[in-house]
Design a protein around this ligand. Structure first.
Ligand code: ZN
Length: 447
């Protein structure tokens, strides 16, 4: 299937995005698309200082030349995350102008425009300036609100435009970050398989296949990513777009994100900086992704057909004790109730745990084979990241291995989505896995 055919097929399944235009020099297509999807509306370009230069100015010129009433708003700050104060800022801009947002930027600006447009009951057009995240075409915006990183439900852009020349001119680290964000779908997919197995979040076939069937292919040229090769960057952007479409189909980020992303959420919520700088979404996700590959490697070495289901069920903690554990663990965390809320939503009783463990025990060979087929080993993923220019070690984003290890219990409790660590808790192999990943000879051996 050609790139075009693939995207046409995906768009037929997408619930919210109606057009995706990716190619060399496609910024001049924006006015026509705008007229087609937002007839008789006014436009306002939302950009920051960098993205204004990268593409905003050109898009602004094209739209004005086409006779569309177009204003601009440039976010004044040099460095910013997706935080609530920017939502309020853009809410006000859209409200006072009555215009349709033309978001020009990477993930953060896109997420802000996505949620603010939704607040005004409007759709928007997104122009991507870097192949850095899968959030462009995704359902929902990931915003830090009241100290917690939260996904707010809001529709994806109606139209998405990406000029490959602009993407290729973005800083190399941004493209490498996008590569890691796409690679995260490997372990995230495996964890979705576990949730499916447990019956909590069944796999949605369309959302699965639209992305997972082409994922290996789209991760296959890490060197091209590092070299800024247009074909490699176009393929990466397609992969990120398909990931967003998978989320539209599922109405959830489940197809694209699991524990791999939670390390990033913690680092964002705790305002982690390295050398004075906030670290990108994708670079933080890279570390989470490698960590989950390491956890799966160790998981596959265990023989789950030998687990003592009766003992695991007898030891399974009550909801009250899990709530107490969460409150204690999160007491100094920026969102102290988060673990409590999420474990309350996902805790299951002994009968459910017995059924889940019995299934794993009795079908271990088959389950293991399926999961192994989905996963990349830590070694393979680390090699790909090295070639792509993404982090291969937490120290590259200023996180020590001890810090990483300390985050693991938070990741198990901070989202109601079932993950590998939940399986490990049920099967009483959690401590073994942590010890093997961070202990002597482990992928993240702490010296
Ligand atoms: Zn992501």
């Amino acid at each position: 299937m050609t790139r075009q055919e693939l995207m046409t097929k995906a768009l037929a399944l997408a619930k919210q995005t109606k057009a995706v235009e990716t190619g060399v020099g496609v910024l001049n297509r924006v006015p026509e698309l705008f007229k087609q999807f937002f007839p008789n509306e006014k436009a306002i370009i939302i950009a920051d200082n960098n993205t204004w230069k990268a593409a905003g100015e050109e898009v602004y010129k094209h739209i004005n030349d086409a006779g569309i009433n177009c204003a601009k708003f440039i976010i004044p700050d040099e460095e910013f995350h997706a935080e609530w104060k920017y939502i309020e800022m853009i809410d006000e801009v859209l409200k006072s102008t009555g215009a349709i947002a033309v978001s020009v930027g990477s993930g953060v600006i896109n997420d802000i425009c996505k949620l603010s447009s939704h607040h005004q009951n409007r759709r928007y057009l997104s122009v991507a300036t870097a192949a850095s995240v899968d959030g462009y075409s995704s359902f929902g915006a990931s915003i830090v609100y009241q100290n917690a990183k939260q996904t707010f439900e809001c529709p994806a852009p109606l139209v998405l435009v990406a000029d490959v020349n602009v993407l290729a001119a973005a800083p190399k680290e941004m493209t490498a970050a996008g590569y890691a964000d796409l690679a995260a779908k490997i372990p995230a997919g495996a964890e979705w398989m576990i949730a499916d197995l447990f019956g909590t979040e069944p796999i949605i076939p369309d959302a699965w296949h639209v992305l997972q069937d082409v994922l290996d292919d789209m991760l296959s040229d890490p060197q091209g990513i590092a070299e800024g090769k247009p074909s490699a960057i176009a393929a990466l952007f397609d992969g990120l777009t398909l990931s967003g479409i998978a989320m539209q189909i599922a109405n959830s980020s489940r197809p694209a994100s699991c524990t791999d992303h939670l390390f990033n959420h913690i680092l964002d919520m705790t305002h982690h900086r390295f050398n004075g700088k906030l670290q990108s979404h994708g670079f933080q996700v890279a570390v989470g992704t490698l960590t989950m590959c390491a956890f799966f490697d160790e998981f596959f070495k265990l023989d789950m057909s030998k687990i003592d289901v009766d003992k695991c069920v007898a030891d399974w903690p009550s909801l009250e004790s899990e709530q107490a554990r969460a409150l204690e663990l999160f007491k100094d965390f920026p969102a102290p109730k988060l673990g409590y809320t999420e474990i309350t939503a996902k805790w299951q009783d002994k009968d459910a745990v017995r059924a889940q463990l019995t299934n794993v025990k009795e079908n271990w060979n088959e389950i293991k084979a399926k999961l192994q087929k989905q996963c990349y080993t830590f070694e393979k993923m680390q090699h790909l990241f090295k070639l792509a220019g993404a982090p291969t070690d937490p120290s590259q984003i200023g996180v020590t291995r001890q810090h990483l290890r300390d985050m693991v219990p938070f990741t198990q409790l901070m989202r109601r989505r079932i993950n590998l660590l939940d399986l490990a808790k049920r099967a009483e192999i959690y401590d073994t896995l942590v010890e093997r990943v961070f202990g002597k000879g482990g992928a993240w051996e702490i010296q």
